[in-house]
Design a protein around this ligand. Sequence first.
Ligand code: F6R
Length: 367
Amino acid sequence: EKAGFDHFMLKEIYEQPKAYRDTMLGRVADDGKSVQLSELTMTKDYINSIRKVHIVACGTAYHAGLVGKTVIESIARIPVETDVASEYRYRSPIITPDTLVIVVSQSGETADTLAALREAKRNGARVLAITNVVGSSIAREADDVLVTLAGPEIAVASTKAYTSQLVVFYLLSLYFADTLGTKNTAEVSEILAAMQELPEQVESILEQALVLRDIAESISSHPSLFFIGRGIDYPVALEGSLKLKEISYIHSEAYPAGELKHGTLALIEEGVPVIALVTQEELYEKTLSNIKEVKARGANVLGIGNVGYEEEANKSVDTLFSIPRTLPILTPALSVVPLQLISYYASLALGHDVDKPRNLAKSVTVE
Ligand code: F6R
């Protein structure tokens, strides 16, 4: 049932192109100019009435929600807050009838997320669930459900469910943008066309798995490392760090690249690996100057950058891994893939149980 792969995690990483295709299938109009989400029961009037969005989730799904915040705000121009589900209820969130609460959960059974959903409904908000399991508790109790069509995810570490959640956030934002008029047809078509290229682009990253295995093996001998990134690269850094900790037990921290010098730079010593995401053209120069700060302290920097920008980046990093060119807003759907593979190979190199890491359950049904 692992279809020739050594672990479910690796199989699921390789299933991401298919998960992207399946999650988009039937949701993009034939002319490529709009998104159809026929399963949504919300009306255009309701969409026009949304004043803010709260995204609530745990773990990896929370990291998808952090990307979702930037995606919804930039494409649909609705203000978004993203919260960890176990914190949401206890901070008296301001939930009003014009708040759309989006809960994100692969399993649809996470107790903290379910409790947040109930709290949102009690306060009169409408709840939209993004989940991978159609008949789950969260799917049943939400007002609307958008299913990620990632297929069953067996490995405890979430990979294809996370990336499919990103695809759903892109689709939902474009759907809202159509009603709200925040993007014109040409802009929507451009994003959708770029999304259609993602599956093949992921495949081209997967073809370089052995390069990432070598990188992972060299990282695996270090006790601690850092992930840095700016803008939409930062939540991807958080996800890369979580994945590595979960299955390899190597300590790491993710930092917004500009924030290191406000505290943690002292921990960057000779030889400390730093994985720097540098995919945002607008922030390119700033991130490169943060890379120079860590390099000056002896860090060994792996850059995750864009094809076409190698020359400039190569001057700043020790090793560069390039992802195919896509629109800046879509890069998380590609840049997380090398990080997933690095985590996988680091765990493997250290002889850990990749699919069943210690102290972590696939579905956390206690609060
Ligand atoms: C990470 C991981 C956990 C889950 C979290 C939420 O690889 O598996 O962090 O993402 O427990 O689970 P769901 O999405 O099922 O609500």
